[in-house]
Design a protein around this ligand. Sequence first.
Ligand code: FES
Length: 150
Amino acid sequence: MELNELYREVILDHNRHPRNFGRLDPADAIANGHNPLCGDKLTISLRLAGDAIEDLKFDGNGCAISVASASMMSEAVKGKDRATVTALFDKVHALLTQQDAPSTDLGKLAALSGVREFPARVKCASLCWHTLNAALANADAASAPAVSTE
Ligand code: FES
């Protein structure tokens, strides 16, 4: 099987059978993401254990790439600490936007490399990552000590 075909199969599989689909309740943080180009929406809920993402789910509706990307991301970031998640996002972002970016160490996420041939779809694939960052920022805000003006 050719690599491109393999990647297509991975994306189709994650679109048809999204992993970690749903909503965590209770959750430590929730964030809504939205792709302004098409109006599609995605929600991520997560639970933290110290500095690590203990559990995470996503829901919403979007195109095959956005759902597959969120599904693969959910598997990749579970149990990882924030520094690892940030490093992974940097690599995925490079993969999506730079022709010669390496796909080493990305596991299944390497299947997204074909997206860079279609610049209009890059936001589909990165929507879940931006939403995850927003959820982590919301978790920080929720755990920050209350600000007093006195
Ligand atoms: Fe809306 Fe891809 S077309 S997220």
